[in-house]
Design a binder for this molecule. Structure first.
Ligand code: CS2
Length: 497
């Protein structure tokens, strides 16, 4: 029987030779980056890049201090600490080849709910030059309808009243920046790694809206001392399952309580505006460019919106994963038409990228049979995703007089997905901060008011006032309810022009 080795620093050299382990001395690394949100994506993406950086440049001051901010992050925090912050990245090729690599770039972790002061102190430490965030699209507290910070949110109000004991990322950042200023320590870079177009700009706008209320005197200092680069991040990272944990154990004999699975593809395009230094990210494959806008737009509108299209359609069809859904020819050609006819016309030129090749590679990536990317992961928190991934395409196509019907199918499929949740054959839960209003309005739109779903202003803004949008939407949702998603896609040209 294969010997099973528990993953931790002491056991690293006992791991099988075909598992890559950090080739640098972790004990000599200091944290230069604080990262908030140590979920799967951070661990497959930024932590992977920094691991490569450390491997190439040796022990440096660019290690990562991972911060678990929410109560619900306790399990990942405990798991990582129990493994000396090590974990296995299982990179899975489409032909089934599995490359296991132990990532060593996270060198320390903090659990904010237990010790907020330690987190603030760390962020304020002179050695920390960059704070990066993966706090999800919904984490920016952004009102889709107005584009403004939602200052009345209860968690924000609580932080404003208790600045000494923050709970939100805005409360933490403000407190830490204030401390840096008061101590005469230089500013730093705060970098969003979430899928929001102009993520750096949005982060800055949201943070400054909070600071304006909490600590007005800090605004000027932030303007002078802190930068917020935009970035486009990409690597498909499904939720780790028990089967992945078992697989790692049986193939490699590694006992890792929370490995991360990802596809081989990886991309990071970053606006080069770091205020107080950065690691040489180009040396490990990141692209530093003056304007990330076109890259972000392309990725979010094609990949992320494409995911949502497959997520709702596949769930209505009865599929569980993206690869299963995209292998159904009806859905893959629908996805391709959505990309070609509705999204591509609103994307400008993207330097160095051939959009046709990019779309082909997306369909291939989605089809990777060894990345069982769950539709439940894709569909969760759609109220924060759809306004960023899809609605801008609809708006721009409405302005340009272009086609919108395929994008509208995605909105209608989302509504039907909400209506059917928990009914026979649709055994999924709605995981969304706005789940009650989403579900209530979706159901109300069946009988009371056909436009009830579109009237959720915090998601759709004023889209419901576009006659063309409504005239396209109503026959499509009616058809999905009556004939199902497959038949609706098949007969879409007869349903609407
Ligand atoms: C997904 C993303 O959350 C989603 O809906 O589209 O997590 C996607 O997998 C990543 O952005 C890929 O880079």
């Amino acid at each position: 029987m294969k010997e099973i080795i528990k993953l931790n620093a002491k056991n690293l050299t006992l791991l099988p030779k075909d598992v890559l382990i950090p080739a640098y001395d972790r004990s000599k690394i200091k944290s230069g980056i604080v990262h908030i949100g140590i979920g799967g994506f951070h661990r497959s993406h930024e932590a992977f890049y920094i691991d490569r950086f450390l491997e190439r440049h040796g022990a440096t001051d660019w290690g990562i201090c991972g911060v678990a901010l929410l109560d619900s992050d306790r399990k990942i925090f405990d798991t990582l600490v129990n493994q000396d912050c090590l974990y296995t990245l299982m990179i899975t090729e489409s032909d089934g080849t599995l490359n296991a690599r132990v990532i060593g770039s996270i060198i320390e972790c903090l659990f904010a709910p237990d010790n907020p002061e330690a987190v603030i102190e760390k962020m304020a430490a002179p050695d920390i030059k960059i704070i990066t965030l993966t706090i999800t699209e919904g984490g920016y507290n952004f009102d889709a309808a107005t584009g403004e910070f939602q200052i009345t949110e209860p968690a924000i109000q609580t932080d404003l009243k208790n600045p000494e004991n923050p709970k939100t990322v805005f409360g933490y950042l403000t407190k830490a920046l204030k401390r840096r200023k008061d101590r005469g320590i230089a500013g730093l870079t705060i970098q969003s790694c979430d899928n929001i177009q102009k993520n750096g700009h949005v982060l800055k706008k949201m943070l400054l809206s909070y600071v304006k209320e909490a600590e007005l005197g800090l605004i000027d200092w932030i303007e002078r001392q802190v930068t917020f680069p935009d970035s486009m991040v990409d690597r498909i990272t499904p939720v780790t399952t028990q089967a992945d944990i078992d697989n790692l154990r049986s193939v490699y004999g590694i006992e890792d309580a929370w490995p991360v699975v990802s596809e081989p593809f990886i991309q990071w395009v970053i606006e080069d505006s770091y205020s107080h230094g950065r690691p040489d990210l180009e040396s490990i494959g990141a692209q530093l460019v003056p304007d990330v806008g076109p890259y972000e737009k392309m990725k979010i509108r094609l990949l992320n919106a494409g995911h949502s299209l497959l997520g709702f359609s596949g769930s209505l069809h009865g599929c569980n994963t993206i690869d299963e859904t995209v292998r159904i020819p009806l859905f893959s050609s629908f996805l391709r038409e959505f990309m070609d006819i509705e999204v591509t016309p609103v994307l400008g030129e993207v330097e160095g990228i051939n959009i046709e090749d990019y779309k082909n590679s997306l369909i291939q990536r989605f089809g990777n049979p060894n990345i069982k990317d769950q539709l439940s992961r894709i569909c969760l928190e759609s109220s924060a995703k759809i306004p960023k991934f899809l609605l801008p395409t609809i708006k721009e196509q409405l302005e340009a007089g272009g086609e919108i019907k395929r994008s509208v199918v995605v909105v209608a499929a989302w509504c039907r997905y909400l209506e059917l949740a928990g009914t026979q054959g649709h055994n999924y839960d709605i995981e969304d901060k706005m789940r009650v209003v989403l579900r209530d309005n979706a159901i109300a739109s069946i009988i009371d008011d056909p436009l009830a779903f579109l009237k959720i202003e915090a998601v759709f803004g004023d889209l419901v006032h576009s006659q063309r949008f409504v005239d396209t939407y109503l026959p499509i949702i009616n058809s999905i309810r009556k004939y199902g998603i497959d038949e609706t896609i098949r007969t879409l040209n007869q349903i609407v022009d």
